[in-house]
Design a protein around this ligand. Structure first.
Ligand code: GGG
Length: 358
């Protein structure tokens, strides 16, 4: 049976790394006899906004709703469109409408990559950030009063719901129970944020009672970020609110050498809606157009997508292909400049597709 994938490159380097992800997916599809049917969309980009006055067409829910998965590149070109308009007009709409309430972000030091943290080897950094993805600090609840005057007031609420917290915690606890270390860390700030964060802590405490075999700890977000840098080996599954999870899942991959390798999966675990797979990185206008962007984050997204669609072996083969090319090092593989090499986006993509074919 063919699986229908909506491809949305978006802005900037999204347009350069998406073709490499498709090349790798096609290699995996051929090897494992899968039928993947890709359809490209030009919306959810700042150019679309400049032409149409909106990031998405009116019927985007109908256009995308029937797909099995969405493969997304990046969004944002602040010189053309303010970031809050481009992000809220596209990616955040997808996450909410398709109830992609889990944002799963692996953070792993890969073979052949040098961590900026002294002495760290592959195996020392290997954890997941599970980010709440539809509410929390990313709410659209708030407003302005007395705009443009000295009395200007701006308010934006944090929205935390019992359902919203419990479902992300359950996912994180289940993930931790499938991992050898069975360890879960909760990101909080209940000493300073005195209503929502103590509530988050309460829900963690209650959920932990259903998982007596999981070793649970919690850190305030400030010291947690320090511990990501000082002791990344402490972590296995880290569960966090929307904003804290966003910050941690940029910091974590930065500790593994480059954010360019980091993927993420915006998941609707019940498969009621398509899930969306996008690299952690953004559109990187500073390097766009030079064919030097690292395509690995986007290719790894393809691997997560196949796994989510039930093709675990094909997904694993994609990850093995990435690891094999990275392990070869910049002397033998066309690694991009962020990995210390001089290869181009397309050369690295081609090397990974070749490794997947083997
Ligand atoms: N790869 C998707 C992308 O462009 N992300 C940019 C971004 O700022 N994302 C914010 C978020 O994940 O909430």
């Amino acid at each position: 049976m063919s699986q229908r994938i909506a491809v949305i490159p978006g802005d900037g380097i999204g347009n350069e790394v998406i073709p490499e992800s498709i090349r790798a997916l096609e290699a995996a599809a051929r090897r494992f006899d899968l039928q993947l049917d890709f359809r490209h969309f030009d919306f959810a980009s700042c150019d679309y906004y400049l032409n149409h006055g909106r990031m998405l067409p009116e019927d985007w829910k109908e256009q995308l709703g029937g797909f099995d998965a969405l493969l997304f590149g990046a969004v944002g070109m602040p010189e053309k469109v303010p970031d809050h308009i481009s992000l809220w007009g596209s990616l955040l709409q997808f996450r909410r409408h398709f109830d992609q309430y889990i944002n799963l972000r692996p953070c792993k030091l890969m073979p052949g990559i040098r961590s900026p943290l002294a002495g760290r080897e592959p195996g020392d950094i290997d954890f997941y950030v599970v980010r709440e993805n539809t509410e929390g600090e990313y709410s659209s609840v708030g407003g302005k009063m007395f705009e443009g005057t000295e009395r200007e007031v701006v308010i934006q609420d944090t929205v935390m719901t019992r359902i919203g917290i419990d479902r992300v915690l359950k996912y994180a606890f289940e993930l931790a129970s499938r991992r050898p270390r069975r360890k879960l860390t909760s990101a909080t700030k209940s000493n300073g944020i005195s209503i929502t964060m103590p509530y988050w802590d309460e829900r963690v405490q209650e959920m932990s009672e259903h998982y007596p075999n999981i070793d649970v700890d919690k850190f305030h977000i400030d010291i947690l970020t320090a511990n990501f840098v000082l002791h990344p080996d402490w972590f296995d599954v880290v569960v966090a609110s929307n904003l804290f999870g966003d910050i941690l899942s940029d910091l974590g991959p930065a500790c593994t050498g480059t954010i360019g390798v980091a993927p993420s999966a915006n998941i609707n675990p019940e498969h009621r809606f398509p899930s969306l797979f996008e690299p952690v990185h953004g559109s990187a206008p500073d390097i766009y157009g030079r064919n030097i962007a690292n395509p690995i984050g986007q290719i790894w997204c393809g691997a997560m997508m196949l796994e989510h669609l039930g093709h675990e072996k094909a997904g694993q083969a994609m990850l093995d292909g990435i690891e094999a090319v990275l392990a070869a090092g910049s002397d033998q593989a066309p690694l991009t400049p962020d990995l210390g090499g001089q290869g181009t986006t397309s050369e690295l993509g081609e090397a990974i597709a070749d490794a997947i074919r083997d």
